[in-house]
Design a protein around this ligand. Structure first.
Ligand code: G1P
Length: 280
């Protein structure tokens, strides 16, 4: 059985919705309470048994690499103090995972970012996390763990989906498919960011994917789509037509931390959870 060992994190985007905060800082470093978004993503991947984190960065994204590196001066400074525990989670991540980085020099869409990241992946199935979709599960498996388990059964590309209000389809890739088992859709059509009247359903793709490696060739062969960019949605549709792609209605909750409102909701939710846990 093929296991998923690698996770790709496209993280080259500018995060313009968060200006001025993201002028000199990657949006993936925005913290939900005290932990940066990227670390939540990495921890979700670790929980799914993944140890190789491949991050596609861009200009101005050095902080991402520094975050998963030792900061000698800082660690010396807090050694022996009660602050030390605040870094223990990050240290654990660094000890247990391998990190590799590559740069996306031009912004030509998510499909392009994944193609660039392919250098760090090779010919094996892999996961993709878009860190600004922050996912939580109240109990049980994390979203990527659920998907990795499903991959073991289906051995094909899988996208996480959720129902969104019809007037918001323009923000997402939207799928159409037949429900083969509860929450598991065999995809027959998918459209990147359709207007509500053109949307084939209200089932939106969220930023969790498992992709089989033939996707790289398919991305290369797929013409540019929405906004003239290389869209992973279009490549996945081609893959669905050649074989099978699954849409999976995951258990859990997603916060759209690419928007200020979603980011604030995620912060409030997480802060409250942390307060409750501290009381226990
Ligand atoms: C990307 C994808 C889109 C997907 C979304 C999930 O869009 O292109 O299909 O629904 O992520 O967050 P972006 O949000 O990067 O514009």
């Amino acid at each position: 059985m093929t296991v998923i060992k690698k996770c790709l994190f496209p993280a080259a985007g500018y995060g313009t919705r968060f200006l001025p905060a993201t002028k000199a800082m990657p949006k993936e470093m925005l913290p939900i309470v005290t932990k940066p978004l990227i670390q939540y993503g990495v921890e979700e991947a670790m929980e799914a048994g993944i140890t190789d984190m491949a991050i596609v960065t861009g200009r101005g994204k050095r902080a991402l690499e520094d975050h998963f590196d030792i900061s000698y001066e800082l660690e010396h400074q807090i050694a022996g103090s009660d602050k030390e525990s605040l870094l223990s989670g990050t240290r654990e991540v660094m000890e247990q995972c391998n990190f590799s980085y590559t740069r996306q020099v031009e912004m030509k869409g998510l499909g392009h970012a994944i193609l660039v990241g392919g250098r760090l992946i090779g010919p094996e199935p892999f996961a993709v996390i878009l860190a600004d979709d922050y996912c939580v599960t109240e109990s049980g498996d994390g979203v990527l763990t659920q998907m990795v388990k499903l991959y073991a059964q289906y051995q094909c590309s899988i996208v996480a989906i959720e129902e969104v209000p019809k007037d918001e389809t323009y923000k997402y890739g939207v799928i159409e498919g037949t429900e083969e088992a509860e929450g598991i859709f065999r995809i027959s059509n998918m459209v990147e960011k359709p207007a509500p009247e053109d949307a084939p359903s209200n089932l939106a793709i969220i930023g969790r994917y498992i992709l089989t490696p033939d996707i790289f060739q398919i991305i290369e062969e797929t013409p540019p789509g929405k906004n003239g960019e290389m869209q992973i949605t279009d490549a996945l549709l081609a893959q669905a037509k050649q074989g099978r792609v699954i849409g999976y209605k995951f258990r859990g909750r997603r916060f759209d931390c690419g928007s200020v409102a979603g980011f604030i909701d995620a912060t409030n939710y997480t802060y409250q959870k942390e307060q409750e846990q501290a009381k226990e």
